[in-house]
Ligand binder design. Structure first.
Ligand code: MG
Length: 258
């Protein structure tokens, strides 16, 4: 008799618990497209199978000119020879890039290994900020003159560092010569695996001599590495084009919810 009472109590408890949580599985009903399968690299710094490799130590075929140097599989800025832009243009992207400012730099402030990683006219600063101050929204990892990094995770000059950048392009519309921002650009940056820029809303082109402002540009733009007069090095550069943040995959005919 006692056993029966106990069993009944368990059944009642389970029924109450199921009722409390709705009692059945809930599904959104949205027939999402099946996510594409992508083979990841063994090392997350290496390109996954669907990445566009921009520099793997061998050549500058992905870039608009070959005026920079390749030394020991590393891409070295050749001061005075101009910035490098990708031949291919990209919409929103995930970008991985590794850099090292010169070990023997002796300049001050902005003259310490200055370079930059750009999508169109928007710069993530490359600089030595290990033990050297400059204006904070111009230090390494800053969105230039718009937003300092959350923390300073710089390594010493000469040591390799990484950026993983998620850049969501802006949507702009020009009407009667006036640029309207339909959707601003947003950027997230991890430096050496640490979050330093968290979904920052970009205010416009990152000028050095005036406040940021949006200027008309195409939906897809080249990526650019800046020649700022320093022999800063780069390696292992790859990119993946990604959907815009407010773009949902197109629902397809229901496969799982019919
Ligand atoms: Mg720069």
């Amino acid at each position: 008799m006692l056993r029966n009472v106990s069993t009944t109590a368990v059944i009642l408890f389970c029924t109450a618990a199921l009722t409390a949580y709705g009692g059945q599985d809930w599904k959104s009903g949205i027939p999402w497209q099946k996510p594409a399968a992508v083979v990841p690299a063994q090392n997350p710094a290496e390109p996954p199978a669907d990445a566009v490799v921009l520099f793997d130590g061998k050549d500058l075929n992905a870039w608009d000119k070959n005026s920079w140097l390749i030394e020991n599989g590393e891409l070295v800025c050749n001061p005075g020879k101009g910035s490098l832009s990708t031949k291919q243009k990209f919409a929103s992207v995930q970008l991985h890039i590794e850099f090292a400012v010169p070990k023997d730099i002796s300049g001050k402030g902005q003259a310490r290994g200055n370079s930059g990683v750009f999508w169109g006219g928007y710069e993530v600063q490359v600089l030595d900020s290990y033990n050297e101050d400059t204006y904070f929204d111009g230090q390494c990892g800053a969105i230039y003159k718009q937003c300092p990094p959350l923390v300073n995770v710089c390594r010493k000059p000469g040591e390799w560092q990484s950026y993983d950048i998620i850049f969501n392009r802006p949507e702009l519309k020009t009407e009667n010569g006036v640029v309207r921002v339909i959707r601003p650009a947003y950027i997230t940056v991890l430096q050496n695996g640490v979050l330093i820029i968290n979904h920052h809303q970009i205010q416009g082109t990152t000028f050095f001599n005036r406040p940021p402002a949006y200027e008309a540009h195409a939906d897809k733009m080249p990526l650019m590495l800046q020649d700022h007069g320093n022999k800063t090095r780069f390696r292992n550069i790859w990119v993946r084009e990604i959907p815009d943040t407010d773009a949902h995959p197109e629902p397809v005919k229901a496969a799982y919810y019919e």
